[in-house]
Design a protein. Structure first.
Length: 114
């Protein structure tokens, strides 16, 4: 499974960004997909997950601002981020979880200026 993340960039506080993660390869092995983020000097943390059935879950602190979704026809998962804050600045990583293996994309940098 290969994952290609895109959509990061520089945005002012209060703005929005939509990240995309396109999956290719043996995608039938994927059980669910997720977005993680890693801020400078901090550990990587889970942002949101979405199952094959489309059930989504979120980090509590991000509920209401972030929305994860998927387009099965395009094998793509999205992360819509609204009302962005400087503390959302991080490298965002796409993850695909198989039954026995975890796959990672290359990360896309999101910078929120105050």
């Amino acid at each position: 499974v290969q994952l290609q993340a895109s959509g990061g960039g520089l945005v002012q506080a209060g703005g929005s960004l939509r990240l995309s993660c396109a999956a290719s390869g043996t995608i039938f092995r994927i059980s669910f997909m997720a977005w993680y983020r890693q801020a400078p000097g901090k550990q990587r943390e889970l942002v949101a997950t979405i199952t094959n059935d489309g059930n989504a879950s979120y980090r509590d602190s991000l509920k209401g601002r972030f929305t994860i979704s998927k387009d099965n026809a395009k094998n793509t998962v999205y992360l819509q981020m609204n009302s962005l804050k400087p503390e959302d600045t991080a490298v965002y990583y796409c993850n695909a979880q198989g039954s026995t293996q975890s796959y990672w994309g290359q990360g896309t940098l999101v910078t929120v200026s105050s």
